[in-house]
Design a protein around this ligand. Structure first.
Ligand code: FO1
Length: 319
C-alpha cells in the first residue's frame, strides 16, 4: 500500500512512528513542511524535516521532539562568549553537523530534495522524505507591536523568542512562486491513501498547501484523504495552533479545523472521543467523521490512531 502523509514537526513525526508500526510493509512518502526553515550563522536549518528524519531515524531528543539526543552545546557556548546571537535559538553540536552538510550541499547547487535524500541515507527514516518545495518559502507572522505599528516576524522568532503572542496574519513568503519538489505531486496522485497527521493546520499543513499545485493535487486525487485533529476540546495538544488559527479567523476546535481544510481536500476526519459531539457538524460539512482516542500517549495509542485513520480511509474509499 502507498501512503502519502503531509507532516509538520513534532506531532506529525510522532504520528508517523505509529503509522510505520501499524503498516510495516507500506511504502510511505512524507511531504515535509519547509516554512519553519531559517538561516542562522550562515547555516540552513530545516526544523520540521529534521524532526521527521531524527524521530524516525531514532536520533531525536525524545523529550523535546526536536534536535538531537545526547546533545552538547559547546559551539553555542562559544558563540555566546563572542556575543554572537541570536541567543533565543540554540543549535546543538550534533545538530550543527546536519546543518553543515545541508548548507555545503545547497551551496554546491544541490536542491533541498537531494540534500534531504542524502541526509536520510544516514538516518534511514523508513519513509521517503520530500520537502514540499525546493524553493524558499518561509512562514512569517504579522503581529501588532502597538496600535499603530505592525511587524512581520520569521515564524521561529514569533514562536521561540516571543512565545506566540496574538498574531494578526500569517504570510508564506515566496510560496506563490514556489513549485512542488520533484516527486511531491506524484506521491499524491499515486497514493492509495493520503493522510493529514495531527500537525499544525496553519503553519505546518497550511504552509505545505500554500505551495501552488499541492492543494490542487490533493483535491484531484482519487485516493481517500483522511486527517486527524490536532485540537482536542478547545486547545491544541501542543504548540501554538490556537494562536495561528485565530490569525486566519478559525475557531480552535476539531470541527472548525475540518471545515478549514474543507471537503474538497478531506474525505474523512478523526476527532478525539471527548469531541464526539463534533461528529455531526463535520459530517454536515460533507466529511466522514469518527470519534476515537487521539492522544499519542505511547506507541500503542499512536498505532491505534493510525489504524483508525486507515480504516476510515477504507470506508470512504469505497464511496
Ligand atoms: N525550539 C525552541 O523552543 N528553542 C530552541 O532553541 C530551538 C532550537 C531548534 C534548533 C533546531 C531545530 O530543528 C529546532 C529547534 N527548535 C527550538 C524547535 C523549532 O522551533 C520547532 O521544531 C519547529 O520549528 C516548530 O514546530
Amino acid at each position: 500500500m502507498r501512503i502519502t502523509a503531509l507532516a509538520g514537526g513534532i506531532g506529525g513525526a510522532r504520528f508517523l512512528r505509529g503509522l510505520l508500526a501499524a503498516m510495516p510493509d507500506a511504502e510511505v512518502t512524507v511531504i515535509g513542511n519547509v516554512g519553519d526553515d531559517i538561516t542562522l550563522h550562515g547555516l540552513r536549518v530545516c526544523p520540521d524535516l529534521d524532526t521527521v528524519m531524527y524521530t524516525l531515524g531514532d536520533g531525536i531528543h525524545e523529550g523535546q521532539g526536536w534536535g538531537r539526543a545526547n546533545e552538547t552545546f559547546s559551539i553555542a557556548a562559544e558563540l555566546e562568549a563572542y556575543g554572537v546571537g541570536p541567543d533565543w535559538f540554540t543549535l546543538g553540536d550534533r545538530d550543527i553537523a546536519t546543518h553543515l552538510v545541508r548548507t555545503q550541499m545547497l551551496d554546491a547547487g544541490y536542491p533541498l530534495s537531494a540534500v534531504t535524500e542524502a541526509l536520510c541515507t544516514r538516518w534511514k527514516p523508513g519513509v521517503k522524505l520530500l520537502p514540499a518545495t525546493d524553493d524558499r518559502a518561509e512562514t512569517h507572522v504579522v503581529i501588532a507591536e502597538d496600535e499603530s505599528k505592525r511587524r512581520a516576524l520569521h515564524f521561529q522568532e514569533y514562536w521561540v523568542r516571543l512565545h506566540a503572542p496574538v498574531a494578526e496574519s500569517i504570510v508564506f513568503v515566496g510560496a506563490e512562486q514556489a513549485k512542488p519538489a520533484p516527486g511531491v505531486v506524484d506521491a499524491i496522485t499515486r497514493a492509495d491513501v493520503v493522510v493529514f497527521p495531527p500537525s499544525n493546520p496553519v503553519v505546518s499543513i497550511g504552509a505545505i498547501l500554500a505551495v501552488p499545485g499541492i492543494r490542487e493535487a490533493i483535491a484531484a486525487t482519487d485516493a481517500p484523504v483522511v486527517g486527524l485533529s490536532p485540537i482536542i476540546g478547545a486547545s491544541p495538544v501542543r504548540g501554538m495552533a490556537d494562536k495561528v488559527l485565530a490569525a486566519v479567523g478559525v475557531e480552535t476546535s476539531a470541527a472548525a479545523v475540518a471545515e478549514y481544510y474543507g471537503n474538497e481536500l478531506l474525505d474523512g476526519w478523526l476527532v478525539d472521543e471527548s469531541d464526539a459531539a463534533a461528529v455531526e457538524r463535520v459530517q454536515a460539512a460533507g466529511i466522514e467523521c469518527r470519534a476515537v482516542p487521539l492522544l499519542m500517549t505511547d506507541i500503542n495509542a499512536t498505532v491505534a490512531m493510525a489504524r483508525a485513520a486507515l480504516d476510515l480511509a477504507a470506508e470512504v474509499g469505497k464511496k
